[in-house]
Design a protein around this ligand. Structure first.
Ligand SMILES: [Zn+2]
Length: 423
């Protein structure tokens, strides 16, 4: 058995500096500088721990308390209450988040949603029958979530609000941990609130992400940055076992699920060999020109543009609804998503059979028996095609309702038009 003091320490990488703050994971003060500017172009030094690869803003750019209670929403959204645009966007994000943890949910869970913001995710969970408590330090947003959705919101920071130990089945903390000054303290607190076997869902921006411009990697609001290794190790040190982890499709977000397992450990965690080289390597290779030339960058820009246009259209359609009415509509099961009765393919098949039967009858009457109506065959065929044009117009109008594709409708139209010939 080797003692930890005998473990060889890797030579310090070039450019190692001594940091103002110790590493929140392994306690080291040795780090390399991985960023000097924030996304607004402001001076912001970001460092990566040579011991474990954790990245943080060093020194801290602001006083967290004041920043989150008042300034944050103003600085980011230029408002203290969510506007319909923000509610719609946050509501869609909430639906996406719910879909990603849907397999973890049982009916009637006791949930704690940390950093509940305007209350959109908490309200979604409440609308699905769970008992939810939100925690939100921002005064304007906490009040709004209480007033607009009738939610139970504890106003304050997670370390300060009153919560019974072992009282929650599920704790969610979406894009909050990276804003906190002491993430291990937050994780220990959340572990304490969970029942045995309970689940903690943590989502943070992924420090290895390359989907964004390298100039946008760091900004004042994010005090600490994780990858799977550092977040997993920090949680493990706090008595939490990783159940699973996932990256978003663009690699920008890291979602990890934990469960209490063993007691939180005192002191700092062990270093993570190789993780500094990994993180610093990814950040160094993420260059502006290379980023600009990646096909994914163009794709992301186009998706964002399409998303912005679609959002404008959706907001216009929502026309002056309150945030709550907007979410009620967004969260209600959509008739198109869950059709009562027949699936779209069967609805199309039923409609197609009816149209063909009608076409057959029409064709017999107007073309085959044209003489009985005092018409020539050419006149009968012309009358048949004119009648079918009307039928096709009706079918085209119905196509969207029954969920049929243009291709299928086109096929049906050709069959109907060709019926006199086929016959
Ligand atoms: Zn470290």
């Amino acid at each position: 058995m080797t003692s930890s003091v005998l473990r060889p320490t890797p030579a310090s990488p070039p450019g190692t500096v001594s940091t103002h703050l110790p590493c929140a994971l392994c306690g080291s003060r040795a780090a390399t500088v991985v960023g000097t500017r924030g996304r607004e172009g402001n001076a912001l030094r970001s460092v990566a721990c040579t011991g474990c690869g954790l990245v943080w803003s060093d020194p801290r750019p602001h006083d967290a308390r004041q920043f989150y209670e008042e300034d944050y929403r103003r600085a980011y959204k230029a408002t203290v209450e969510p506007r319909p645009k923000h509610v719609l966007r946050a509501g869609r994000v909430a639906l996406d988040r719910l879909s990603r943890i849907a397999d973890l949910l049982r009916p009637g869970l006791q949930v704690l949603d940390v950093g509940s913001g305007g209350g959109e995710f908490s309200y979604l969970l409440a609308s699905r029958g769970h008992r939810v408590t939100g925690v939100e330090p921002n005064i304007g947003y906490a009040e709004y979530a209480r007033r607009a959705y009738g939610l139970d919101i504890l106003r304050g920071f997670i370390g300060e609000v009153a919560l019974r130990p072992a009282s929650r089945d599920l704790v969610t903390i979406w894009h909050v941990l990276e804003h906190t000054e002491d993430p291990p303290a937050v994780l220990r607190r959340l572990r304490e609130v969970l029942v045995p076997g309970g689940l903690l869902v943590v989502e943070v921006p992924h420090i290895e992400a390359t989907c964004q411009s390298p100039r946008s990697t760091f900004h004042d609001a994010h005090l600490v940055h994780f990858n799977v290794q550092t977040l997993g190790a920090m949680a493990a040190h706090c008595g939490l076992r990783t159940v699973r982890h996932a990256l978003s499709a663009d690699g920008g977000n890291l979602t990890m699920v934990f469960t209490p397992d063993g007691a939180p450990q005192a002191g700092v965690a062990a270093p993570l060999p190789g993780n500094h080289a990994r993180v610093a390597g990814v950040l160094a290779a993420h260059r502006p020109l290379r980023h600009l030339l990646r096909p994914q960058t163009l794709g992301r820009t186009l998706r964002r543009l399409a998303g912005a246009l679609e959002e404008r259209r959706a907001l216009a359609a929502h026309g002056g609804r309150t945030g709550r009415a907007l979410l009620d509509r967004l969260y209600a099961p959509q008739p198109d998503d869950a059709p009562a009765g027949l699936a779209p393919a069967w609805r199309f098949a039923a409609l197609g059979m009816a149209a063909l039967a009608f076409g057959w009858w029409l064709e017999c009457e107007l073309v085959d028996d044209a003489a009985a109506l005092g018409l020539s065959t050419a006149q009968g065929t012309a009358a048949y095609l004119a009648a079918q044009l009307g039928v096709l117009g009706a079918l085209a109008a119905l196509a969207r309702r029954i969920g049929a594709s243009r291709g299928r409708m086109g096929g049906l139209a050709v069959l109907l038009a060709a019926m006199p010939v086929l016959h």
